[in-house]
Design a protein around this ligand. Structure first.
Ligand SMILES: NC(=O)c1ccc[n+]([C@@H]2O[C@H](COP(=O)([O-])OP(=O)(O)OC[C@H]3O[C@@H](n4cnc5c(N)ncnc54)[C@H](O)[C@@H]3O)[C@@H](O)[C@H]2O)c1
Length: 304
């Protein structure tokens, strides 16, 4: 197998900077393209500050920081960023028109055999690459990281459509060498696997808040100290096996008719949005965030 050596990350926002940082930490040269100079600047300072936290927690040696930063270069031209790349991953806004245009440009600028990956959370791979020649489509895939990309191990890879098996194996090898846990998603399902599981949990959590079932603190504690405590080490299917499938069947029959089956986001979220209570970024969501709490949460939290 030919190892991936040269990497380009397209889009230097929330996900792009963390993806570039991960590759650089693990010894890879990365070129980052973003058309917005302010975002390129912001990415550099975010990476510097996150590396500082990794040094504080003993995950990166202080002596390695400048070397890691030096492996990341920033480009204002797409063509420059992707020239000679073995692997290109895009993390531009979740907009099908933008992504389709980007893939068309990548097809122009990248050598045959370059792997073209999308970090999309919800868009259809085939729709993004429909205009590309068939041979190029075999080099395209979804490669979905979790936020913060430099901390969360999971990366979901599409193993449906026409992606060549050898290209998928090269990406798996690259990500595993960076300490990532990859899974293969076998069916073309919006949201892939992990986001669907998470939305199932979130739907019931928001419904419980709406019903006044417990305080926000206690609902989050019920999750953190109960199911999530087990989920940290044990998957749902293992939990079903350990508890007994007969028990899970009986409890499911009793409980599932009682819990939320909502087909859209809870109205509670729309009311919060109308009040500009968007969470950490506006200082209030379900909880209040003063400056101290905000810094602490940013350092430890994960989202989508
Ligand atoms: N934010 C998350 O938690 C998260 C998690 C997993 C996956 N994703 C997915 O990752 C992708 C990026 O999300 P994000 O949150 O990092 O977005 P973001 O808005 O933080 O960053 C997007 C970046 O892309 C740049 N950009 C805009 N148009 C561009 C173009 N044509 N070419 C190159 N760069 C361009 C912007 O300047 C910006 O810096 C989306 O597909 C999103 O669904 C996001």
């Amino acid at each position: 197998m030919k190892h991936i050596e040269t990497i380009a990350v397209i889009g230097a926002g929330t996900m792009g900077h963390g993806i570039a940082e991960t590759f650089a930490i693990h010894g890879h040269d990365v070129r980052v393209y973003d058309p917005d100079p302010a975002m390129r600047e912001k990415a550099l300072s975010a990476i510097r500050s996150e590396l500082g936290l990794l040094v504080e927690t003993g995950q990166v040696a202080a002596a390695d920081v400048e070397g890691i930063l030096g492996r990341i270069s920033y480009a204002g031209e797409l063509e420059t960023a992707v020239a000679a790349a073995d692997f290109v991953i895009e993390a531009i806004p979740e907009d099908i028109t933008l992504k389709r245009a980007l893939f068309a440009n990548l097809d122009q600028f990248c050598a045959p055999g370059t792997i073209l990956a999308s970090n999309t959370s919800s868009l259809d791979l085939q729709e993004m690459i429909v205009d590309l020649p068939q041979a190029r489509q075999a080099d395209c895939m979804i490669c979905h990281w979790y936020n913060p990309a430099h901390l969360v191990p999971l990366v979901e890879l599409s193993d449906f459509g026409g992606t060549a098996a050898a290209q998928l194996e090269r990406v798996e090898a690259l990500l595993q060498s960076c300490g990532k846990k990859t899974i293969r998603v076998l069916r073309n399902l919006p949201g892939l696997i992990a986001n669907r599981i998470q939305q199932g949990i979130a739907r019931e959590v928001f419904a419980l808040i709406e019903a006044g079932a417990a305080s926000p603190e206690d609902i989050d504690n019920a999750l953190k100290y109960g199911p999530a405590f087990r989920y940290a080490t044990t998957g749902q299917l293992e939990i079903a096996d350990f508890g007994g499938i007969d028990i899970w069947c009986a409890v499911g029959d009793n409980l599932l008719p009682q819990i939320s089956a909502a087909q859209e986001a809870n109205d509670l979220l729309r009311r919060k949005i109308a009040e500009n209570k968007l969470g950490l970024k506006t200082g209030e969501g379900f909880f209040h965030y003063g400056e101290g709490r905000s810094v602490e949460v940013r350092a430890t939290s994960t989202s989508d």
